[in-house]
Design a protein around this ligand. Structure first.
Ligand code: V1S
Ligand code: CA
Ligand code: ZN
Length: 397
């Protein structure tokens, strides 16, 4: 009703299991699964469900997760509870749980949570393989830091790696693009020894005033995967390190130039886009100054290459803006323009009302809501692009 459709030919599927919403990492933890409730409410309020196929995927099984993860790790993850966890158990710490930062807490229903978001990414990948849709969306996925036997940075199971492994059954080359403000290290590591996956991540990189690196501390421009010339994965990772406060025009130019060059040279037959919303201005953990439409520009740019596209979530720690962004990007996929005034009959409407919360509109100005000065100069960005193009020469063989 509110979405005005533009004529275009992409069929879109939306993969969502609402049980994912009811999981809590703990009250002080920035990852809030209920941001997915807000996202769904906006998508429904704008009537976008009439322009897509909706799927309610089942949770993935342990056997399905074992196509990437170690079984010992999965056995531990499937059994650990807040009641039986032994925080000084060496296994517990070696698998990445607890610790000082408490990035990966053990909470009630953890196994259920990870099986649900992973099942949704796998279901979305199958839908692309079966040609049931051109674009498959799972906003609950995108947990790019998880390793085969290690939880890291709020990520326990790497649903992206699992989905890419499925896509590889019918695609010779899969491109992974990651616009979360953090480096997509887990996906990069998983495919470091193959030339059938190219990983491209845009992220904040650098050391803060207190000497702490921005999480996870990897992803400089010179990190291109294995250095051994006999390794097939050599040159099949590209990292774009960015400084605080990058603005819309700079990011759009950087994204279009670099992603365009990678797609032209690598010529993937399928693309996976991790659309982490912590690259927005005003994010609780992020440092960039992007507005919703600039973030959505990345989705639009990738979509316009017309390859089968898996679109997944990721980070995003200011829930009302995460919901706005992913609703906007769902609309971008189906080719709808959305009214800036939010529909009035949204449950949780108060989350979007009031000056502080964006004044009842879909596209509030997020520029400098957290006042990160822009440390990216045009000169630095041009040098970065020149180095990125140099790195891409490996693809010419
Ligand atoms: N930045 C940040 C941040 N904040 C937290 C955090 C805050 C409150 C809590 F109750 C629990 C954790 N952890 C971090 C980062 C991890 C960021 C993960 C981003 C995930 C994603 O968006 O990319 C994908 C979903 N963790 C750290 O900075 C780790 C430490 C390095 C901090 C310092 N300590 C001493 C060691 C661990
Ligand atoms: Ca990234
Ligand atoms: Zn992130």
């Amino acid at each position: 009703e509110y979405g005005i459709e533009k004529p275009q030919g992409y069929s879109v599927s939306f993969h969502y299991n609402p049980h994912v919403e009811y999981h809590h990492f703990g009250s002080s933890h920035p990852m809030k699964p209920w941001r997915l409730t807000l996202t769904k409410q906006l998508v429904l309020a704008y009537g976008l469900e009439y322009s897509m196929e909706l799927y309610e995927p089942r949770p993935a099984s342990l056997d399905e997760l074992a196509i990437f993860h170690d079984r010992e790790y999965l056995n531990f993850l499937s059994k650990v509870t807040p009641q039986n966890a032994k925080p000084d158990d060496p296994a517990y710490l070696s698998y990445g749980f607890g610790g000082d930062s408490n990035d990966c807490p053990v909470f009630d229903g953890l196994w259920n949570y990870v099986s649900i978001y992973s099942g949704a990414s796998m279901n979305a990948a199958y839908n692309l393989l079966n040609k049931q849709s051109d674009i498959a969306i799972n906003w609950s996925g995108g947990l790019h830091h998880a390793k085969k036997n290690l939880a890291s940075g709020f990520c326990y199971i790497n649903d992206i790696v699992l989905a890419i492994q499925l896509l590889l059954t019918q695609n010779q080359r899969v491109l992974y693009v990651d616009i979360d403000v953090h480096h997509g290290d887990g996906v990069e590591a998983a495919f470091e020894s193959t030339d059938r996956v190219f990983t491209l991540s845009y992220h904040k990189f650098g050391i803060d005033r207190n000497g702490y690196p921005f999480f996870p501390g990897t992803g400089n421009i010179n990190e291109m995967g294995p250095t051994d010339p006999t390794n097939r994965g050599k040159g099949h990772s590209l990292n774009i390190p960015i400084e605080d406060g990058i603005d819309d025009d700079q990011y759009k130019w950087l994204f279009k130039t670099v992603t365009g060059a990678v797609i032209d040279k690598y010529n993937p037959t399928a693309i996976v886009l991790q659309s982490g919303a912590d690259s927005l201005g005003g994010d609780r953990l992020g440092r960039f100054n992007l507005n919703i439409r600039a973030h959505g520009f990345c989705v639009e740019t990738v979509k316009n290459y017309g390859r089968p596209l898996l679109l997944i979530g990721g980070g995003g720690y200011t829930p009302r803006n995460v919901a706005r962004t992913w609703c906007h990007e769902t609309a971008v996929c189906v080719g709808a323009e959305l009214h800036n005034d939010l529909p009035t009959h949204i449950p949780y409407i108060q989350a979007f009302q009031g000056e502080e919360n964006g004044g009842g509109i879909l596209y509030p100005d997020l520029h400098n809501t957290k006042r990160h000065d822009n440390a990216n100069t045009q000169v630095k960005l041009h040098k970065l692009v020149a180095q990125a193009m140099e790195n891409l020469r490996y693809l010419e063989g």
